[in-house]
Design a protein around this ligand. Structure first.
Ligand code: ATP
Ligand code: MG
Length: 391
């Protein structure tokens, strides 16, 4: 059986209060308190937490029953049933505003009292459940609204990325052709200018050729990204000596490395023949060496090549600025950079492209790095033998 309802009796006429207590207890209710003033009533309600308050409307003192009932309702969320013998119309009007759960007109009998209490408690419980239900509904709606908003944002972000990719793809295609034409023209110009006595002219022309070359490389990177995104990155595998290729690529970086204060050495076996796409392997090594020079802080750079029957291992190690722990996971992502753009140029595409190319060969690329100590990039390529590639 559930516990009896707990009732607080607020009645300043002692005899009536005693009567009520006896009657309530007789009917199986628990009377938490009988008090005679509004203050005591509020105090007792806070401490003893009754289920219902029976409140005489005409209490003596600075606060009458109506004022006390208002506090019970608004601050303690307790249902109040008014007891009233005679009340003037203004008091009753005030009483109505406090949303009482019932009125009992004195004198009342025990049956009336019990019915009023039961109705009040049930109505109050129903009201509370309804409020809880509404609150839960509102909370659920808020969660759903947030999920919808997130989905909308996600969709918008995806669309923005798609628009960006589309733009890059079109822009790089459109740029490539005039740039190549320009390079050819300027190279022709350079040959003529080479014979000139004007050293500044020769230098300037050489710089234009160099910068145009760089611009074309950037555009090529963007084109590669579009191709990779569209699944159009195709390999043209052929047999070649990787040792020779590594030495050749490294030779291209001797001068830039020296300008940065870095030494660059290559440790490779005499020959390491296999079947890969030479242009793409060149590109991987070029991207890694470009980074090693750029982020190498003028310290020594080393390229090491080893191979067995199954695979080759290509390592590019520098002792430069390194990569922080929180960035290391994202350096192979598109447009991800771990350094400020203004300090070190670049689009953040080199490693993304390198990884795609290595993986297209069935290989793997990893990095080990310590900030301030340097970075080591390790590329593993399966060593397709000439005969296995033919089959
Ligand atoms: N050897 C390295 N040492 C330290 N940080 C590196 C090194 N290589 C790459 N990183 C970090 O990883 C980021 C991504 O490298 P990635 O080569 O993809 O881009 P990038 O060099 O900035 O630009 P891009 O190669 O497109 O010209 C770099 O911006 C840099 O923060
Ligand atoms: Mg790079």
């Amino acid at each position: 059986m559930s516990a009896p309802w707990k009732i607080l009796v607020v009645e300043d006429e002692n005899i009536v209060a005693m009567d009520l207590r006896t009657s309530l207890t007789g009917s199986g209710y628990e009377v938490t308190d009988t008090v005679g003033t509004a203050r005591e009533a509020i105090d007792s309600a806070q401490r003893r937490k009754p289920d219902l308050v029976l409140m005489d409307i005409n209490l003596r003192g600075e606060m009458d029953g109506v004022a006390a009932a208002d506090v019970m309702r608004t601050q303690l969320a307790l249902p109040v049933v008014y007891l009233t013998a005679f009340s003037d119309e203004p008091t009753l009007r005030r009483a109505r505003v406090t949303e009482p759960f019932g009125y009992l007109l004195k004198p009342f009998d025990e049956r009336e009292l019990n019915i009023a209490i039961e109705l009040a408690v049930y109505r109050h419980q129903a009201q509370r459940e309804h409020e809880n239900f509404l609150r839960e509904q509102a909370a659920r709606a808020a969660v759903e609204e947030r999920a919808l908003e997130n989905a909308r944002l996600y969709q918008a972000a995806r669309e923005a990325v798609a628009v960006r990719d589309e733009f890059l793809s079109v822009a790089s295609h459109e740029l490539r052709t005039p740039l190549t034409a320009m390079l050819l023209t300027v190279q022709g110009l350079e040959r003529v200018v080479q014979r000139s006595q004007d050293e500044r002219l020769r230098e300037r022309t050489a710089r234009v050729v160099q910068q145009l070359g760089r611009l074309i490389k950037l555009v090529d990177s963007l084109l590669d990204v579009s191709r990779i995104k569209a699944g159009r990155m195709e390999l043209s595998p052929e047999e070649f000596d990787l040792s020779a290729l590594a030495t050749e690529v490294a030779a291209r970086f001797m001068e830039p490395a020296r300008e940065n204060g870095s030494t660059l050495i290559v440790r490779a076996p005499d020959r390491l023949v296999g079947v890969w796409d030479p242009m793409r392997v060149d590109q991987v090594l070029t991207n890694l060496l470009a980074n090693a020079v750029k982020f190498g802080a003028g310290k020594p750079i080393e390229v090491a090549l080893q191979g067995d029957d199954a695979a080759v291992r290509l390592v590019v190690a520098d002792r430069g600025i390194g990569i922080s722990k929180d960035k290391i996971a994202s350096v192979f992502e598109r447009f991800e950079r771990a350094v400020p753009v203004r300090k070190y140029g670049g689009l953040g595409l080199g490693l993304y492209i390198a990884r795609q190319l290595v993986e297209a060969h069935g290989g793997r690329i990893e990095v080990e790095s310590e900030p301030g100590q340097g970075s080591t990039f390790i590329v593993q390529l399966p060593r397709w033998r000439p005969d296995s590639a033919a089959s």
